[in-house]
Design a protein around this ligand. Structure first.
Ligand SMILES: Cc1cc2nc3c(=O)[nH]c(=O)nc-3n(C[C@H](O)[C@H](O)[C@H](O)COP(=O)(O)OP(=O)(O)OC[C@H]3O[C@@H](n4cnc5c(N)ncnc54)[C@H](O)[C@@H]3O)c2cc1C
Length: 421
């Protein structure tokens, strides 16, 4: 072990003085690690050159809300973008924004609002989400049906490679990309390929009108049939969500936004499918409190759903039959929220998920061909590693080869060598 690695904090202080604003990160199980917060390209380069020379493994992070994913177990040092937060460029005429990776999505949204723009994804905690973290986590938000994940908004970025070189891919304009979009590789890379230090996003005009339409539905089948009818309309909703409200039937929610006349027309189409409904919101409802409230519903008491199911739209009903059947047999009434257009479902089980039920759900859903992600303490014993949920072997081989090509010395964490396909 290198001397620097044996006493990393002292080595970092000796080399960088106060420039890294060193802190200590404390994690589960009493684990603690030094956390550095470089500002600017040069500081990121130097830190990575140091890490490579001293064989110190580094995890780039934002504010650390996703560290339970497990990569932190592989590293000796956390390097956070939390202090590297400047807005570099906002071009209202082009509808583009460039900012340093530590900028919080909430602050960026405020910054561009004056120019009549909005940012997507709509995440529940924008003040606690960094631009780089959202990109590296491949984040999507409540508006995923219309806008997709953040990768779709990414025009270009600057990244610090494992040897400290700063490179740029893409640009700041909506239509300037030629060649391979290397920057899109970084979306969802979870800190395994490079540090995102700056990124440019495409923006959208602030809508004139927001409307949330809400209607009740009886059974799971009714809710899914109605959702399909809504999704077949010639409209572009921001969200179509079917929610099982704890055993008392289903609620369907449709969010529309855009130009006043377009939303009025779309609302009329929605009413053809949902003749009995309530509406909230309206013109210039710019604060859109009902949207924030709905977006917050994607979390329960500070934590995200223990079970996420992704499947094909035509198979969503089959997945829900398994969940409801197994829970009914155990006298448990789960709360379920689905985005039927995206074949995505979240399940909350309340305080206790009996271990046998977790195992049964895991087994039956998987055997029926659905992709699962368990998170938090309710993950059943033996449930798969959340880092690699059902990634097929060819894709894992590609991921592994990419890691090796971009980070041959293993400065960043990644697929463990003994797991390599
Ligand atoms: C309490 C809480 C719980 C949440 N739970 C969920 C959830 O269950 N599901 C969900 O989708 N969202 C969840 N979110 C939102 C989500 O965690 C964040 O929107 C997103 O992960 C970004 O957060 P962050 O900026 O703190 O990044 P972090 O959580 O620090 O990082 C996210 C990932 O990206 C990597 N990374 C971060 N910055 C960089 C960078 N500059 N370059 C390269 N890699 C980088 C990290 O290594 C990590 O793998 C939660 C947020 C909070 C506050």
């Amino acid at each position: 072990m290198s001397t620097a690695k044996a006493d990393l904090r002292s080595a970092l202080e000796a080399r960088f003085g106060d420039a890294l604003a060193l802190e200590t990160w404390s994690g589960p199980g009493g684990r603690s690690l030094p956390l550095a917060a470089p500002i600017g390209d040069e500081a990121w380069s130097e830190l990575l050159r140091f890490a490579r020379a001293e064989r110190v493994r580094v995890l780039p992070v934002g504010l650390g809300s996703k560290l339970e994913l497990g990569l932190v177990d592989q590293v000796e040092l956390l390097a956070s973008t939390r202090s590297d937060t400047d807005v570099i460029d906002y071009e209202p005429g082009d509808g583009t924004l460039t900012a340093r990776a530590g900028a919080r999505l909430g602050r960026l949204a405020q910054h561009i609002r004056v120019g009549g723009h909005r940012l997507t994804p709509t995440v529940p905690e924008p003040e606690r989400t960094t631009l780089g973290g959202a990109l590296a986590a491949g984040q999507d938000g409540f508006d995923r049906l219309r806008y997709g994940p953040i990768r779709h908004q990414l025009l270009g970025l600057r990244m610090a490679l494992a040897d400290g070189t700063i490179v740029k891919s893409g640009g700041k304009l909506v239509k300037n990309v030629t060649g391979y979009d290397v920057h899109r590789l970084l979306a969802g890379s979870l800190g395994t390929l490079a540090v995102i230090v700056e990124a440019s996003l495409r923006l959208y005009p602030l809508p004139e009108t927001h409307v949330l339409v809400r209607a009740s539905s009886g059974s799971t089948n009714d809710a899914l049939t109605t959702s399909r009818a809504l999704l077949a309309l010639p409209i572009r909703p921001v969200a179509v969500v079917a929610r099982n409200t704890g055993g008392s039937g289903w609620t369907i929610e449709v969010v529309l936004e855009g130009r006043d006349d377009v939303v009025t027309w779309e609302l009329a189409r929605v009413r053809e499918v949902l003749p009995v409904c309530t509406t909230e919101g309206g013109r210039h409802d710019l604060g859109a409190p009902h949207l924030r409230a709905m977006s917050a519903l994607e979390r329960r008491s500070g934590s995200w759903p223990p079970l996420t199911i992704r499947t094909r739209p035509s198979r969503l009903a089959d997945a829900l039959v398994i969940v409801e059947g197994a829970c009914l047999a155990a006298s448990l009434r789960p709360e379920i929220a689905t985005h039927p257009g995206l074949a995505l479902a979240w399940v909350w089980f309340g305080d206790e998920l009996p271990a046998e039920l977790g195992l049964r759900l895991d087994r039956e859903l998987r055997a029926d061909g659905h992709a699962l992600r368990w998170r938090g303490p309710q993950r059943p014993p033996g449930g798969q590693d959340p880092l690699r949920p059902d990634v097929p072997a060819p894709a894992r081989r590609t991921m592994f080869n990419l890691e090796r090509a971009l980070d041959p010395d293993g400065v960043f964490p990644g697929l463990r060598l003994d797991d390599a396909p």
